[in-house]
Design a binder for this molecule. Structure first.
Ligand SMILES: [Fe+2]
Length: 249
């Protein structure tokens, strides 16, 4: 990882943070799995100011051993997966513009530190991500199989849904940082499929458009317990079957 010094935010960026955070109160209360809010509060992430990364990391490390690491731009697989294995989650070292709060050209502090890091406060989730990183790292020289791991991440950690006693909730960090995606994901618009290792290992996705096909977990353990089976599917992947690179554009 190209580790950087964590950014100092300008007054305008502080204002942007406050707007982004307060815009999502209703979604945090009603649409997102409760782990998320528990993590946010425990890590001291609030509307008051952009997160103090040193403080967040101190609390996170004490609980689950993870750290957020400021990086420049999007991490490539070569450093992303080993980073997860080593309990390091990359954080885009910038904040989106106040002019278009719904758009960020790459994962920024709001996507990464607001969206991802609070989930990593949950010990079982954190352990899953570490094991996921360790397994995916075995395939750095095997692009096809690495893409299957990429799909697992995409349809769970980024865009997963989950059943709870209160009804379906958002489990994916890529959804929680976007108001429109929160409401879209739980509307009747996307196609919602039951979580299936076989299905999502081959499921295509388009990184630049709203996700029209989502997978819903029965419960957390369905995800946490899936890795051994997933790795078997990856190992035994049919070499005649194409797994296209992620679509951009
Ligand atoms: Fe992400």
């Amino acid at each position: 990882m190209k580790v950087q010094v964590y950014k100092t935010f300008t007054a305008e960026e502080e204002e942007t943070w406050k707007i982004l955070f307060t815009n999502l109160i209703e979604e945090r209360e009603n649409l997102i799995h409760p782990y998320f809010k528990i993590g946010l509060e425990a890590l001291g992430v609030s509307e008051a100011h952009t997160p103090d990364l040193a403080e967040v990391n101190q609390r996170l490390k004490a609980k689950t051993g993870w750290q957020g690491v400021p990086v420049e731009g999007l991490e490539e697989g070569d450093s992303f997966y080993p980073g997860l294995r080593d309990q390091k989650f990359p954080i885009g070292n910038f904040l989106r513009s106040k002019d278009d709060l719904a758009y960020t050209p790459a994962p920024d502090v709001f996507h990464d530190l607001y969206g991802h890091i609070p989930f990593l406060f949950e010990p079982k989730y954190a352990k899953f991500c570490q094991e996921y990183g360790a397994l995916a790292s075995k395939y750095l020289d095997d692009p096809k199989r690495l893409r299957m791991y990429e799909r697992l991440f995409w349809f769970t950690i980024e865009f997963g849904l989950i059943k709870t006693e209160e009804g379906p909730r958002i489990f994916g960090a890529g959804i929680v940082s976007s108001k429109s995606e929160c409401h879209y994901a739980l509307s009747d618009k996307p196609e919602i499929l039951p979580f299936s290792i076989e299905a999502l290992a081959y499921q295509e996705f388009d990184i630049d458009h709203i996700q029209e096909r989502l997978f819903i977990l029965e419960n957390e353990d369905q995800l946490y317990d899936c890795l051994a089976e997933f790795d078997e599917v990856v190992k035994n992947a049919d070499d005649s079957k194409e797994i296209p690179a992620i679509m951009k554009g």
